[in-house]
Design a protein around this ligand. Structure first.
Ligand code: FE2
Length: 194
């Protein structure tokens, strides 16, 4: 029987996969705001320059710069090393999807300028690209959770999971992690709630 102190430790210690899931939840909340901003812009309402800039910064600095870096630089290599061919194949596919979503995000950033408003064709382009980005990133996170996070829980040895957690904490310290972005996303959600 496991000692009570260790049981408590196991319950309160977050795992790298728990952390990645929590980051997915934060990204989904920001995608919800992005979709509402896209509808607003598509309807011809004034372009919300400041909130769009904050959202794009979140996706660029946090989703690309922190979350995808944790997966691509640390989780995916560990999984490729310790898992079977099916998981290794999924890792290859998901690497490619990171490139796709990064490309879409860059397209989206091209529309954003500190200007008063966009012309109709730019509005349509922004709204369509935002919807496509949201759809792809949503689906990508779902595939990761189903195809990778489950197998990773069993295949990555405990020592490697500890190393992963240390690398994740380093990235959070060097860049702006979820703790920095959570209140910002909550504020955007409040402003853009239906
Ligand atoms: Fe992810």
């Amino acid at each position: 029987m496991e000692p009570a102190s260790r049981q408590r430790l196991r319950i309160v210690m977050p795992t790298p996969l728990d952390q990645l899931r929590e980051e997915h939840d934060l990204a989904r909340r920001a995608l919800g705001v992005l979709k509402r901003v896209a509808e607003h812009v598509a309807c011809g309402d004034p372009f919300p320059t400041t909130d769009t800039a904050t959202l794009l910064r979140f996706f660029h600095e946090f989703v690309e710069g922190v979350h995808h870096a944790k997966e691509a630089d640390h989780l995916f290599p560990a999984l490729a090393l310790h898992s079977d061919d099916t998981v290794a194949e999924a890792v290859g596919l998901l690497f490619g999807e990171h490139d796709d979503t990064r490309g879409l995000l860059h397209s989206l950033m091209m529309f954003w300028e500190p200007v008063d408003d966009l012309v109709p064709a730019e509005r349509d382009g922004f709204a369509q690209t935002a919807r496509t980005y949201a759809q792809r990133l949503d689906r990508h996170m779902e595939i990761e959770e189903q195809a990778l996070f489950g197998p990773a829980r069993h295949s990555i040895p405990a020592d490697d999971r500890i190393t992963l957690m240390e690398r994740f904490e380093e990235l959070d310290r060097e860049r702006r992690g979820a703790r920095y972005w959570r209140p910002i996303v909550a504020e955007l959600e409040t402003r853009w709630s239906a």
